[in-house]
Design a protein around this ligand. Structure first.
Ligand code: SAM
Length: 283
């Protein structure tokens, strides 16, 4: 049975209707599954944490490569399927929880102690309705893992992998660039899923940096300023930042920009990560 037939079989056997509000679009393309696993670069000492395993299509391949696979799935119906499907495997742990509420660092710490895994890696075909909160959680919590290999909506992938200051940049582009090296791996058409979503997708790989690419005195301030700069991205940086409490008034911002040789007319979206870091370090 190929992955398409397998998916149809499981869906019929368990009487599953894909839940749209949980972003359930199941992967049915064999090549894409192999490409995700290949690019996750999993070795036999690795712990893999899979977010949203669904029917277990990706899980099945991950289990062949990793020392242990921990899957976090919100939908109880999928838990029953996963338990049945992988009952003979002793290297899987199934957690029925909302990924946004899971303490990943605690899980990894425990696994390091108990099973002696060397590295942890995140792999997923993410539910699109919460892609950004999941990516932000993974990055901001400074998880003890090496990489994140995920399938996400194509437009979001373009934004995450854009160079800060490039035309597709958003606030999240800077967060990604600060914490990771982002790489686009593979474009995936919507026909590779069942049911097919309206949009195309892309697999990306985020390799977590050991050190951030810019030195900044206060990370919280850095992301606060970037947030304000992008909240009203059509405004000049001076106008956008005048709403931010870290600055006294427009004159204060103008003075900083002049000191740093940044044009007064510039918009936040044109600044590099280093420019933002310089602003933080100056105030
Ligand atoms: N990995 C499967 C595949 O590739 O076919 C399913 C991917 S589907 C795009 C997303 C999965 O994430 C679904 O199984 C859905 O139930 C699950 N999910 C949705 N919200 C979640 C959440 N907050 N926490 C954990 N899993 C979630």
């Amino acid at each position: 049975m190929n992955i398409y037939e397998e998916t149809k079989f499981i869906i019929k056997k368990y009487g599953i209707n894909a839940n749209k509000s949980l972003g359930q679009n199941f992967l049915i393309d064999e090549e894409v599954v192999y490409k995700i696993v290949e690019n996750a670069n999993i070795s036999e000492d690795d712990l893999v944490i899979e977010i949203g395993p669904g029917l277990g299509t990706l899980t099945n391949e991950l289990l062949k490569k990793a020392k242990k696979v921990i899957v976090v799935e919100l939908d109880e119906r999928m838990i029953k399927i996963l338990q049945d499907r992988f009952s003979l495997f002793n290297n899987i742990e199934i957690i029925n929880q909302d990924i946004l509420k899971v303490d990943l660092n605690e899980i990894i710490r425990k696994e390091r102690k108990q099973t002696g895994i060397k590295n942890a890696k995140i792999v997923a075909n993410l539910p699109y309705y919460i892609t950004t909160p999941i990516i932000m959680k993974l990055l901001e919590e400074k998880g003890d893992f090496e990489s994140i290999t995920v399938m996400i909506q194509k437009e979001v992938a373009d934004r995450l992998c854009e160079t800060p200051g490039g035309k597709l940049s958003g606030a999240i582009t800077y967060t990604v660039a600060y914490y990771a090296e982002a790489k686009e791996i593979l474009k995936v058409p919507h026909t590779s899923f069942m049911p097919a979503p309206e949009v195309d997708s892309e697999v990306i790989n985020l390799k977590i940096r050991k050190e951030p690419p810019v030195k900044v005195k206060d990370e919280e301030k850095l992301f606060e300023i970037i947030k304000y700069a992008f909240m009203q991205r059509r405004k000049t940086l001076i106008n956008a930042l005048s709403q931010c409490e870290l600055f006294n008034n427009k004159e204060h911002i103008r003075e900083i920009l002049n000191e740093l040789d940044i044009s007064e007319k510039i918009r936040g979206e044109a600044l590099s990560l280093e420019d933002f870091a310089n602003i933080v370090n100056y105030i």
